[in-house]
Structure formats: structure tokens, C-alpha cells
Design a protein around this ligand. Structure first.
Ligand code: ADP
Ligand code: ASP
Ligand code: MG
Length: 416
């Protein structure tokens, strides 16, 4: 009997009717003889609602209690789905992340999985039960409840598929696969039949929230092939797997958009060893995710060349800006920089493809397309398989569509 790990995301379990539909699917798969581990997310909007409530009570709630609160969302869904299966005469058991053996480090709200001890899951499977697991949560060795970062139910599913050596891992969501761009932004986006781990990872870490980036990293590390597919339709989805030679023929696989970013510029930073190390270590200690760092020679304010100084610009997620501001203000006051500028309302647009390794001129082509669309580029960064540009947030969707058109990624407008 094949062992399947299935994950149903928030929109797929958004209300009781949808939970019943998931139960129908699971029951049918069980009757066909499969053994099943089903990972579920919180009903859509629940995690956001819990976050809002917490922040209404305390602007910066303690992370331990935050995790305790957030973990309730997924628990609700597991219990309801198990009950829906019982009502269909299917033996099923609902487990918390801890009960399913998800052991994490102690980094509350973005914990890393340290190991998975699935003995309870195995025992329930052995006894013929469908095992429903609360996604997005785990427990430290010391028994503290943790969560795995937004979108973390994907990670729970991939980790369980890895340790249980599942025959298949299926991520059910509200789109029927991974598209060449977010179909909400670009209606002409096309479904990708198969994509390499590296491309999926780059897309996921630059805003394509269809998969949590860390879960893709985990899948790559442990060789978990998985399929992203729709919980509403029966159509085949997208296979995410090791790259094959044939995949390189496509230069650009997809385009992504990351909104809610902010830009920080420090002008007049002393140009000597250790200054950047000191500043970024301070920011890193605050757990802030810095990206796209650019350093440039700075001209002194009076235009005359004095002591060597540099300007440093980087991006951060907008909701981390207040933490960054607090830290950098101290840095400035102690003579670290002459002036600091903060700019909200920016977005990152990325084009991704392993074919870029063997094709040149992709960046120039992207810049030309953006220029033609009247989109101004504020920052640029490139890696072997990705080009990212920072643009005004309001120009983000237009930039995505321009890039999508330029690299001929589109097809007919898709129905979602
Ligand atoms: P779930 O709740 O099932 O985890 P998410 O909302 O986290 O679902 O992810 C699915 C959403 O990801 C889609 O509704 C879609 O708008 C968005 N998305 C962003 N980029 C892409 C892409 N390249 N392909 C498909 N969906 C994408
Ligand atoms: N409920 C969590 C979130 O909204 C985890 C998930 O859905 O994967 O981020
Ligand atoms: Mg998700």
C-alpha cells in the first residue's frame, strides 16, 4: 500500500464545506487502499486574525506566547477534519505537531526543524488510521510549542514525506500548480509542468508564496519530489524535482513579485574594515532579514574629497523597518553614518531560470523591457539563476507583466 503525504492549505480548508470536500477526497483515497498522512493549515484568515488580536493587545508580543496562540489555528482544522472522516466511517486520528514528532530549535515564530521522530505516526498508520497532522508547528526538546514561519505547513508536509519515505507528496492549494507568475498579477501566466528545486526555491524566496521557501530547501536536501496541485480540480499539477538537462533550454522559468519591502540607505559610512561587519551583525542579532546590499563610494556632503566614506543601501521586509530604525538610529548617533534614509513603498521583481547559466544578455533584455514599459529601476542584483530589480511598489505588477511578455512566458489567459 502506497504511503501518501498530502497537505491542504488555508483556502482548501477555509470553511466547513471545504473541510467536508477534503474529507471526501481523503476518504476516497483511503478506500483505494492508500495509507495517508494529511497535513493541514489553519482555515484561511485565521493565522492573520490571531496575529491581529495579539498585536492589538501588545504591539510587540512575546514570541513564546505568540507561538502558543498561532498553533491553535492548525489544531482546530486537524480536529474538524478528523471528525469529518469519522462521520464517513474512516478511522482517523488528529495530532499536534509535537505529537507527530516534529522537533524544532527554540527560535520562536520561525523555528527550524531539528529532527522528526515519527514513531506515533507510524504506529497509527500501522493500525490503519489516516493520520491528520497540524502543520506549521513543532515542539522544542524542552517541550515549548514553536511555529515554523509563515507558510510553514508546507515544511511540515515535506519533512514528514522525507522521514516516512512517502511514495508521493502532494501540496494541495487554490491554484492548480506553479505558474510562470502569480496568476493574480498576470492572468496570462501558464502552469509549469515541472520545475527544478533551485528555480522553485528562488521563486519562493522572492515572493511566489505558492510554496514556503524553507520547505523547498528541505525537499532539495532530502530529495523529496513533490507535486503542487489544486484541491478543487482533478487536473495534474506541477512536479518539483531535481533538475534535468532538458530544463536548461528554458532561459526564464518564471517571474515573481515581492511587495511590502523597504529600502534603507546609510550615507557617509566610514570606509574601513569592520564597519559593515559591525552594523550588519547588529541587525542580524535582531533577527532581521537583510537583502540586496549595495555599497558605493560616497562623495562628502560638501563635494570635496575628505576621509574615505561609503554609502550602503539594502532592503528589508517593511514590517521589520521599525526594528531596523531603532537599531540604526543608535548606530548613527555613535558616529556610524552621516545620514540615514528610509524608503517604504518599494517592491522587488525577479526573473528566475536555470537556463540563465548558459545564456547571456538576459539582464539587458529585462532592463530594456522595463524601460519600454516606463518602469524605473532603483536597484539591481543578480545571481547565477536570478535577476532582481527594485522598483516602485505601484509599478510592481506592470513590471511583472512586462518581464513575462518579454520572455514569452504567457499563453492564453488562464482560468483560476
Ligand atoms: P495555501 O493556503 O494553500 O498554502 P498560499 O496562499 O500560501 O496557499 O499559496 C497559493 C497562492 O500563491 C496562489 O493563490 C497564488 O496567488 C500565489 N502565487 C504566487 N506566485 C505563484 C506562482 N508562481 N504560481 C502559482 N501561484 C502563485
Ligand atoms: N497558517 C500558517 C500561515 O498562515 C501556516 C500555513 O498556512 O502554512 O502562515
Ligand atoms: Mg501557503
Amino acid at each position: 500500500m502506497a504511503l501518501l503525504v498530502q497537505k491542504y492549505g488555508g483556502t482548501s480548508v477555509a470553511n466547513l464545506e471545504r473541510i467536508q470536500r477534503v474529507a471526501d477526497r481523503v476518504a476516497e483515497s483511503r478506500r483505494r487502499g492508500n495509507r495517508l498522512v494529511v497535513v493541514v493549515s489553519a482555515m484561511s484568515g485565521v493565522t492573520d486574525g490571531l496575529l491581529r488580536m495579539a498585536r492589538e493587545i501588545d504591539r510587540e508580543p512575546r514570541e513564546r506566547e505568540m507561538d502558543l496562540l498561532l498553533a491553535t489555528g492548525e489544531q482546530t482544522t486537524t480536529a474538524l477534519l478528523a471528525m469529518a472522516l469519522h462521520a464517513r466511517g474512516v478511522d482517523a486520528v488528529a495530532l499536534t505537531g509535537a505529537q507527530a514528532g516534529i522537533v524544532t530549535d527554540g527560535t520562536h515564530t520561525r523555528a527550524r526543524i531539528a529532527n522528526v521522530t515519527p514513531s506515533a505516526v507510524r504506529a497509527h498508520l500501522q493500525a490503519g488510521r489516516v493520520v491528520i497532522v497540524a502543520g506549521f508547528q513543532g515542539q522544542t526538546m524542552g517541550g515549548q510549542i514553536t511555529t515554523l514561519g509563515r507558510g510553514g505547513s508546507d515544511l511540515t508536509a515535506i519533512a514528514l514525506a522525507a522521514v516516512l519515505r512517502a511514495a508521493r507528496c502532494e501540496i494541495y492549494t487554490d491554484v492548480d500548480g506553479v505558474y510562470t507568475a502569480d496568476p493574480r498579477t498576470e492572468p496570462r501566466a501558464r502552469k509549469i509542468r515541472e520545475i527544478s528545486y533551485d528555480e522553485m526555491l528562488e521563486l519562493a524566496s522572492t515572493g511566489a508564496k505558492v510554496m514556503q521557501a524553507r520547505s523547498v530547501e528541505f525537499a532539495k536536501k532530502f530529495g523529496v519530489v513533490f507535486e503542487v496541485r489544486s484541491s478543487f480540480h482533478r487536473t495534474r499539477g506541477t512536479m518539483v524535482k531535481e533538475e534535468a538537462k532538458s530544463m536548461e533550454r528554458v532561459v526564464v522559468r518564471g517571474v515573481s513579485l515581492e511587495k511590502n519591502q523597504a529600502k534603507v540607505t546609510l550615507a557617509g559610512v566610514a570606509d574601513r574594515p569592520g564597519v559593515a561587519a559591525n552594523m550588519f551583525s547588529g541587525i542580524a542579532r535582531g533577527g532581521i532579514n537583510v537583502d540586496m546590499i549595495v555599497q558605493n563610494v560616497s562623495l562628502p556632503a560638501d563635494g570635496k574629497r575628505g576621509k574615505a566614506q561609503t554609502d550602503i543601501t539594502f532592503t528589508v521586509p517593511r514590517d521589520e523597518l521599525s526594528k531596523v530604525k531603532r537599531y540604526l538610529e543608535k548606530f548613527r548617533q555613535t558616529g556610524g553614518a552621516r545620514q540615514i534614509l528610509f524608503q517604504e513603498g518599494i517592491a522587488k521583481v525577479s526573473v528566475v531560470g536555470i537556463g540563465m547559466r548558459s545564456h547571456s544578455g538576459v539582464a539587458a533584455q529585462l532592463f530594456r523591457a522595463l524601460a519600454k514599459a516606463g518602469v524605473n529601476i532603483q536597484m539591481i542584483s543578480t545571481s547565477e539563476i536570478k535577476i532582481t530589480v527594485v522598483v516602485d511598489e505601484s509599478a510592481g505588477p506592470k513590471a511583472v507583466r512586462a518581464a513575462h511578455r518579454e520572455f514569452r512566458l504567457g499563453g492564453r489567459a488562464q482560468k483560476r
